[in-house]
Write a protein that binds this ligand. Structure first.
Ligand code: ADP
Length: 161
């Protein structure tokens, strides 16, 4: 049984992330979506919120589990007994960093393979950062995130006012 881990900050989960998870769920028997604490990135949503938003977004997908992690990714991957690290590539700009990360992870755990998937074209420009920026200024992101994420964004920015 080949399983994969899909790590990220997911602050918050977007339809681009979900596009990748759906693709992965048709390729792997189990997909572990691993939400990183990642305090260094100063996320808008706390870890509990990001996990809850992700759980609601993937609840209908069989074989997809959501976990949180604060350790080295490869340690978490080995603990979860997966053999593939999944990452998304949107544009050439993603490549350099993702290439370095894949190299480092291979150095740390050669038994793990990194696999890259690309999203549907319509999500090729989409990032959590742009969603937050647009949403903070009242932009309509309803076609880019699930409705419960949109509501959570509205709640966050309303509170901030
Ligand atoms: P990280 O902080 O680890 O980059 P992100 O939540 O920003 O976490 O992204 C997690 C993964 O999903 C990364 O591999 C990123 O390239 C990928 N990703 C982000 N947005 C998209 C998208 N719109 N389409 C496909 N992959 C994406």
């Amino acid at each position: 049984m080949v399983s994969a881990i899909y790590p990220g900050t997911f602050d918050p989960v977007t339809n681009g992330h979900l596009d990748l998870i759906v693709r992965a769920s048709s390729l792997f028997e189990r997909v572990v979506v691993a939400v990183a604490f990642n305090q260094a990135k100063k996320p808008l949503f706390g870890i509990d919120e990001r996990v809850a938003l992700m759980e609601e977004a993937v609840g209908h997908l069989a074989g997809v589990d959501v976990i949180r992690f604060d350790s080295l990714l490869v340690t978490c991957a080995l603990e979860q007994e997966v053999s593939v690290i999944l990452r998304g590539l949107r544009a050439v700009s993603d490549f350099e960093y993702e290439f370095q990360l894949a190299g480092m992870n291979r150095h740390l755990a050669p038994e793990l393979e990194t696999l890259f998937l690309t999203p549907a074209e319509k999500y090729g420009f989409l990032s959590s950062s742009l969603i937050k920026e647009s949403s903070a200024l009242g932009g309509d992101v309803s076609k880019l995130v699930p409705v419960h994420v949109q509501n959570a964004l509205v709640g966050k920015f309303r509170k901030g006012k």
